[in-house]
Ligand binder design. Structure first.
Ligand SMILES: Cc1cc2nc3c(=O)[nH]c(=O)nc-3n(C[C@H](O)[C@H](O)[C@H](O)COP(=O)(O)OP(=O)(O)OC[C@H]3O[C@@H](n4cnc5c(N)ncnc54)[C@H](O)[C@@H]3O)c2cc1C
Length: 269
């Protein structure tokens, strides 16, 4: 059967938009990507400053359940593109990876910059058209995309299909500010409300917890809430708790609205 090449627009140049472009180009489509910021994947680069935990080496079932328990939606997606596939994707871009003592997977260089540079080079070579400083503003009455260009001029852009890879609402100065919620709500699209995840939590420390403990890690501990149990490391700070183990439990904490922990305002990832 003859392949039909479509003109596809991607809005948002974070890792999700770049990966969508990568796949669509491989299918032979003509792809243009629009990013509001002057450069691509700013949040991804920020993540790289912390070492960039790419994925985890644990069994796929365990890994999948950490996100959505017994999900008929998520698990097949993960089976289609496994953590090992992600590692091989990075290797093909010339970036080695390794498994740390916690089982987490990192680029050997502990950075996002080089991985990103190689990725963009490859996308350019495969024909991706990239427009930075171009902000998608919404739709006109005919459902055309309204995009404001780098000089502030708004044009309607023709397309066969569009992919919206607009990110969440945390760290808005990196580009994703959640303003898309209103645009889609006006179109009566069902939206799962944005909520903080993978984050630290604030607490009012009792007087006996002295400030000399703040900034200190508690290593090799386990914490639990309800039926969830996590082993790892946490860090005490003047405002509450940070660290891998508390991030892993953050979805459960949020769900049970634990009385002496309040919703996070710091380091929401
Ligand atoms: C401090 C920190 C550490 C992190 N560490 C890790 C880690 O170790 N491992 C990990 O896997 N993840 C980590 N993350 C999370 C990771 O960065 C995000 O999950 C990832 O960037 C999400 O990718 P995305 O493409 O969905 O969204 P984003 O990266 O948010 O990209 C969305 C893009 O869309 C653009 N955009 C939004 N609206 C418009 C519009 N209207 N028009 C045009 N463009 C628009 C934005 O400018 C942005 O570039 C970390 C995040 C932070 C903040």
């Amino acid at each position: 059967m003859k392949k039909i090449s479509k003109h596809i627009i991607i809005i948002g140049g974070g890792p999700a938009g770049l990966m969508a472009a990568h796949q669509l180009l491989a299918f032979g489509h003509k792809v243009a990507l629009y990013e509001a910021k002057p450069s691509l994947a700013r949040k991804f680069q920020l993540a790289g400053r912390g070492g960039l935990n790419l994925t985890h080496s644990e069994d796929l079932d365990v890994f999948a359940n950490k996100y959505y328990e017994n999900s008929s939606f998520f698990t097949p997606l993960l089976n289609d593109f496994t953590p090992q596939d992600l590692r091989e994707f990075c290797h093909a871009l010339g970036q080695d990876t390794f498994v740390g003592s916690s089982g987490r997977v990192f680029p050997t260089k502990f950075k996002a910059t080089e991985l990103l540079r190689q990725w963009i080079t490859k996308l350019n070579a495969n024909g991706l058209q990239i427009y930075t400083r171009h902000r998608w503003l919404g739709f006109d009455n005919n459902n055309n995309l309204l995009i404001s260009n780098d000089r502030g001029k708004v044009d309607t852009t023709p397309y066969d299909a569009a992919v919206f890879a607009l990110g969440g609402a945390s760290w808005p100065r990196m580009g994703s500010d959640g303003s898309w919620v209103e645009i889609f709500a006006e179109k009566n699209v069902d939206i799962t409300p944005l909520r903080a995840a993978n984050c630290g939590f604030e607490t009012n420390w009792p007087a006996r917890i002295s400030s000399k403990f703040f900034g200190q890690p508690l290593k090799n501990i386990s914490i639990s809430l309800d039926t969830k149990y996590v082993k790892g490391e946490i860090m005490l700070s003047d405002y509450g708790l940070e660290g891998g183990a508390i991030y892993a439990l953050s979805k459960t904490i949020r769900a049970v609205s634990y009385t002496h922990l309040t919703l996070p305002t710091k380091r929401i990832v």
